[in-house]
Design a protein around this ligand. Structure first.
Ligand code: GLA
Length: 732
């Protein structure tokens, strides 16, 4: 059993693979205290009360009630509430029917059971009874008649503990929730660093490292999506932790809307980490008897640096989050029309691309933006999901059938959540967009956001998607979302629920995704948001892959994919070989290198195959062969970062090692040639020390031990932006 309750000493011990997490019930009033999160430790003997500092000033309220406030303000609570004297970051803020915001919760009851529950209306990781144990601790505020249930699941095969929270109003009065975060962990000490992922459009997920300070560090998005700027991920780690060494605690919110992660160094040398839905623009009315569920936070512990945390996230997401037909399957090699033609295509053009693509071994044609309404630029037609038969002569079915006849599958782009002011839909239903009456909503990419809190709007979107997807043999959908939310107002919701728009919007997106994926289970879904603004575990629950960035330049992608892969598996990273000079940065890189870097993702093409040079085109069959040869390994193996070009400014290197350590693929990219310098040694990781590995190209043999400790010399690369794959196979 991964979770135990020790009745006498009143504590819970949650054991994941090599991780323990301990919660104590404290004092007569039964406060819930956080004891420990870290490397697995034996059950007994354990001195819980000394770890919780219960015998030191300011003592517990039963011993020293005159300093009750000091107790609240220093106690390592399991879930912080606002209003009684814990002045650190709180997780729960309410407004009762009298306008007061005081809330305090104490242990009431608990249950422990095998398995892992799903969260109502929300994506979440899943796990079988033989792998997972769940603990639900119900705490109560007896004055408010409020029940707060803290839900924990321990994975026995991984260093993972998940958390979520349910808040139930058992009173006969309406309560407003102003903030409901999903997790709170109070760590001992403040000597930690934090890493988080930051960026911008075309520059997503740069790794930022900073120290914990005696203040608050906040990583967040209030943009209505997880965003280009921040990702719902942070890791707290030892100051000297690196990729291979040190304690690292990763937190990732399984949610695709506004989020906050706050790390707060406290006056008594403790560090509080909280994570959940951002309280800005969040409010939830809880009528008598109603319950609110906060999204899941995944907590990963690693005793061996950032790299082990990464591999745990990858394993968890590949096996316990991503679902559907493509969960454990190679994805078809696609060619996408976006950077090939932008809006300038028609049936003939697409068929000419498909024809050439089929000759070279490409397996799917994806028709991106521009096939519907009057869409010849990004100025119009979102919402009018009817095929533009002036462009798609003969109709969609004809096009798809012709593409299928060439031996290719067919995929299509949608941006279902949006509406253009210049659209038939907007002319018919101007009140269907998110807006505040008498105020012209702010445009972004010339579009507004549909008010998905209104079921009628959702029904419309669903029926258009369904119609298009049932009308032809479509086996892939790119689900895009190209703007952030502003002008928060809904003509559908009553006044008192206007503060619920953003969370309701996210729930509606999930419901829509759920319906579409259930109705069309054979369709491969790739989510997208102006590139990678919705690269989060919430979306991964519905789509096994996510477009990583609109920046397809190979060298830029080294950085973007490196940051993305800190948390998310390579199997989920949408990556294509595109044309040069690159459309975003104007850089020219060898076609071969572009292939090596796209290989560390889903792999595909995004160029006009009929117009690229003969020399490049000729390389495509070889690249596709390489994809088929290595994708099983890349999709399922353990990912090791070996060198990072943003740190050394010269070269990048990573490796994927198969789970049985029998096969390794090393990717080495020389970003800049170093003058008067011939070769470079790299040190592999994660191999079988005692095994002999043979390079499948040169036939040279090495011991695993030598490859890891003495290193592997990379020679023969001359010039900037050049790369090399090294494939090693263990001798039987
Ligand atoms: C977004 C996507 C692109 C492309 C365009 C189409 O920017 O990230 O890949 O689909 O929209 O408008």
């Amino acid at each position: 059993m991964g979770i135990k309750f020790f009745e006498e000493k009143k504590f819970f011990k949650l054991d994941a693979k090599d991780t323990s997490y301990i919660i104590g019930i404290v004092d007569e009033e039964k406060f819930l205290g956080h004891v420990y999160f870290g490397k697995r430790i034996p059950d007994e003997p354990l001195d819980i009360s000394s770890l919780l500092r219960l015998n030191e000033p300011p003592f517990v309220p039963s011993k020293n009630n005159r300093d009750r406030m000091s107790f609240y303000d220093s106690f390592p609570t399991e879930y912080s509430t606002h209003g009684l004297g814990d002045f650190r970051e709180s997780c729960l803020v309410i407004r009762d029917s009298n306008g007061h915001s005081v809330c305090g919760i104490n242990y009431c009851s608990h249950i422990i059971y095998r398995g892992k529950p799903q969260l109502e209306g929300l994506p979440a990781t899943f796990g079988d009874k033989d792998l997972c144990t769940t603990l639900e601790i119900t705490c109560c505020d007896k004055v408010l008649n409020l029940e707060v249930t803290l839900v924990y699941t321990a994975f026995e095969n991984l260093d993972v503990i998940t958390r979520s929270v349910r808040v139930k109003n058992n009173s006969d009065k309406v309560i407003k929730l102003e903030k409901v975060l999903s997790a709170c962990v109070d760590f001992d000490g403040i000597d930690y660093d934090i890493i988080s992922l930051h960026g911008s459009w075309a520059r997503e997920r740069r790794v930022q490292r900073m120290p914990v300070g005696l203040d608050k560090r906040s990583i967040n998005s209030i943009r209505g999506e997880s965003s280009h700027q921040s990702n719902p991920f942070i890791a707290l780690m030892d100051k000297d932790a690196n990729d291979d060494y040190g304690n690292v605690y990763g937190f990732n919110l399984v949610y695709s809307g506004n989020f906050t992660a706050v790390v707060e160094g406290g006056q008594f040398d403790t560090t509080r980490v909280v994570m959940g839905i951002h309280p800005t623009n969040f409010e939830w009315t809880l009528a008598p008897g109603e319950e609110f569920t906060a999204p899941e936070v995944v907590m990963v512990y690693s005793d061996k640096g950032i790299g082990k945390m990464t591999r745990t996230f990858h394993d968890l997401y590949r096996n316990h989050l991503i679902r559907g037909k493509y969960k454990d399957r190679k994805r078809p090699v696609l060619i996408n029309s976006w950077e090939a033609t932008y809006f300038d295509f028609n049936t003939e053009k697409l068929l000419s691309i498909a024809k050439e693509a089929s000759k070279l071994g490409i397996e799917m044609l994806v028709m991106d933006d521009g096939w519907f309404g009057k869409r010849n630029s990004d100025n119009c037609s979102l919402g009018d999901w009817y095929v533009n038969e002036e462009k798609i002569k003969g109709g969609l079915k004809y096009l798809v059938d012709e593409v299928n006849k060439l031996g290719l599958e067919f995929g299509i782009w949608f941006e279902p959540e949006m509406i253009s002011p210049d659209s038939d839909l907007y002319r018919a239903h101007p009140d269907w967009c998110i807006h505040v009456p008498n105020r012209t909503p702010v445009l972004c990419r010339n579009q507004y956001v549909l008010d998905l809190t209104n079921d009628e709007v959702v029904e419309y979107v669903y029926s258009r998607l369904k119609d298009i997807l049932s009308g032809a043999n479509i086996t892939y959908v790119k689900w895009d979302m190209n703007r952030q939310l502003s002008d928060l107002g809904s003509s559908f919701l009553p006044k008192e629920k206007q503060g619920e728009i953003q969370h309701r919007y996210v729930l509606a997106v999930y419901k829509l995704l759920d319906r579409i994926t259930k109705e069309f289970p054979h369709v491969l879904l790739e989510s997208c948001s102006g590139g990678g603004a919705r690269f989060d575990p919430g979306m991964l629950y519905y789509s096994p892959q996510i477009w990583c960035s609109d920046n397809t330049d190979a060298i830029e992608r080294l950085v973007i994919q490196h940051g993305t892969a800190i948390v998310y598996p390579l199997s989920a990273i949408g990556a294509h070989v595109s044309d040069c000079p690159n459309h975003i940065v104007g850089r020219t890189t060898p076609f071969e290198t572009r292939g090596f870097i796209a290989l560390a993702g889903t792999f595909g093409y995004e160029l006009d195959i009929t117009r690229i040079s003969e020399e490049d085109r000729k390389m495509i069959p070889g690249q596709i062969k390489m994809y088929h040869k290595y994708n099983d390994l890349i999709r399922t193996g353990d990912y090791y970062r070996i060198a990072n070009y943003t740190e050394n400014h010269q070269y990048d290197c990573w490796a994927v090692v198969s789970k049985d350590k029998a096969e390794v693929l090393v990717t080495y990219i020389q970003v800049l040639q170093r003058p008067n310098y011939r070769s470079r040694r790299i040190y592999l990781k994660g191999l079988d020390e005692n095994a002999v590995y043979r390079n499948t190209e040169t036939n040279q043999a090495y011991t695993g031990s030598a490859l890891m400790h003495a290193g592997l010399n990379i020679i023969g690369i001359h010039g900037d932006f050049k790369g090399k794959l090294i494939h090693l196979v263990k001798e039987k």
